[in-house]
Design a protein around this ligand. Structure first.
Ligand code: HEM
Length: 468
């Protein structure tokens, strides 16, 4: 290995007080602190604290090294796989919190559930759930959009996973998931430092949430077994899938994968849409183009899956929104071997944080990076985007397994909502980012609602329109 040079970075805290100060910076202004440090030190810098060392990465070539070229030299970070303090205490060994050979086996087993044909069947559920929400909005003038997006994406994931409609059970699942999300995203110093045996209110709530989820999910598994047939939902796929030796998953493993898909599969999409509404409310020219496309292609009709490819601008809007506000703004690894990363050496055990938020706003790869400009993602322009400078779904073998599901869902929801409503910020409203497990608008996103004059449903179908 070449010279063992470590990357630059701030002075490590020298006492407990300085350590607390650093933790406080992360708690109160994580994105600001990280962005300023990238400006100061470059696309790789290190942070040392409490005897641990973490490299922060925002350089496309290094992102490629970590996620693709040398992917087998990294595992997920302890924030994920530590079963005492990491996400694994809730998710067990689901895909997000698993590694090595076991993860490889599971990834192969779960993959068929996300094959294009399979997920295309979920388009109708997405349209139905969104339509029910829009009907409920009629006559309202303000809404917490965050709440609405979370609710409907949860409903969609519950239905597609378990074929369970909104019901008392789905509500209980929703409450449990919300409690878990709050616990997972908690950056509070108190929660991090307090010994685990102290039952803080948060910990009591998350324990109850896990108990509730277990009861519901094991119940659904038991119900499924009575018939044992493919209902078209993700649970059926998880129950029926077999590895090369013909072995399936244990009930516990199905539970872990199902809870993982829940957690990974709804607030990411909800937040993609939240930020899209926020950006559209401030960029009327983009909004006008979006409306034009939707009105021309759909008229007043509901979209079908086949319509989506004829709505390219709306897809570009989503991609650009995920550039500025990537829901998974940061994801972690740990080096399981000594590794060379460009000019720098990372000893075994080094923590790695990949910052999509920063690489997505780097002026070296993005012209006027703070500007919302969906045209960056037109077919002509997209081919010039620097590789690994746009990673909303990660990259390499651990790339998001639900990315097509998420894009289809966000696309359908965006066109259906924008077809019927215009969402506005109220005068002087300030929206702040809350960087939890995903990037959320702090305190919700309260928007004004204006009903649009939707064209009458056309007598020709949208497919006939194409030929006109
Ligand atoms: C806009 C929505 C979404 C975004 C931005 C997103 C983002 C990501 C990212 C960045 C990763 C990689 C993390 C890493 O490398 O450490 C990931 C992994 C994952 N995502 Fe998504 N995701 C979204 C939606 C979904 C949906 C809808 C599902 C499932 C229904 C899902 C399930 C997963 C799972 C299971 C993994 C772990 C894959 C593995 O490690 O094998 N995601 N996601």
């Amino acid at each position: 290995m070449a010279a063992q040079t470590l990357p630059p970075g701030p002075q490590a805290p020298r006492n407990f007080f300085q350590l607390l100060q650093l933790m406080r910076k992360f708690e109160t202004d994580m994105l600001g602190y990280v962005s300023r440090s990238f400006k100061q030190y470059g696309g790789i810098w290190k942070i040392e604290a409490g005897g641990e060392i973490q490299y922060m990465i925002s350089e496309p070539d290094l992102i490629q090294e970590i996620t693709v070229k040398q992917a087998d030299k990294f595992h997920k970070s302890p924030d994920y796989i530590d079963d005492k303090r990491g996400l694994a205490r809730f998710l067990g060994t689901g895909l997000l919190t698993n590694d090595g050979e076991f993860w490889k086996r599971q990834r192969k087993l779960v993959a068929p559930a996300f094959h294009t044909k399979r997920i295309e069947a979920y388009a109708q559920t997405m349209v139905d759930s969104t339509k029910a929400m829009l009907d409920r909005w009629h006559g309202q003038s303000t809404l917490d959009i965050d709440d609405e997006m979370m609710r409907v994406t949860l409903q969609i994931v519950v239905k597609t996973l378990f074929n369970v409609d909104i019901s008392a059970e789905a509500e209980r699942i929703g409450d449990a998931m919300t409690a878990l999300q709050q616990m997972v995203g908690n950056n509070s110093i108190v929660e991090k430092l307090l010994p685990l045996w102290i039952p803080t209110p948060q910990r009591r709530r998350s324990k109850k949430a896990v108990d509730d989820l277990d009861e519901i999910i094991y119940g659904l598994i038991a119900d499924w077994k009575k018939e044992g047939k493919d209902n078209g939902d993700l649970l059926s796929m998880l129950m029926l899938t077999r590895d090369d030796e013909g072995n399936g998953m244990s009930d516990k493993q199905v539970r872990d994968e199902a809870v993982t898909l829940f957690l990974a599969g709804h607030d990411t999409t909800a937040n993609t849409l939240n930020w899209t509404w926020y950006l559209l409310a401030q960029n009327p020219e983009v909004e006008a183009k979006l409306h034009h496309e939707i009105d021309t292609v759909l008229g007043g009709n509901l979209p079908t899956l086949a319509d989506l490819r004829r709505l390219p601008y709306s897809e570009m809007v989503i991609k650009e929104s995920m550039r500025l506000f990537p829901p998974a703004y940061f994801f972690g690894r740990v080096a399981i071997d000594d590794v060379q990363l460009g000019n720098f050496y990372a000893p075994k055990g080094t923590g790695i944080g990949i910052s999509s938020y920063t690489v997505h706003r780097d002026p070296r790869w993005w012209d006027a990076p703070e500007t919302f400009r969906p045209e960056r993602f037109s077919p002509e322009n997209a081919e010039h985007i620097r590789k690994y400078s746009y990673i909303p779904f990660g990259a390499g073998p651990r790339v998001c397994i639900g990315n097509s599901f998420a894009m289809m869902e966000a696309h359908l929801m965006l066109v259906m909502i924008a077809q019927r409503y215009q969402l506005r910020l109220s005068a002087g409203q300030e929206v702040k980012i809350d960087p939890l497990l995903t990037m959320k608008p702090k305190g919700g996103l309260h928007l004004l609602l204006e009903e649009r004059q939707v064209s009458r449903p056309l007598s020709v179908s949208s497919h006939q329109l194409e030929a006109v």
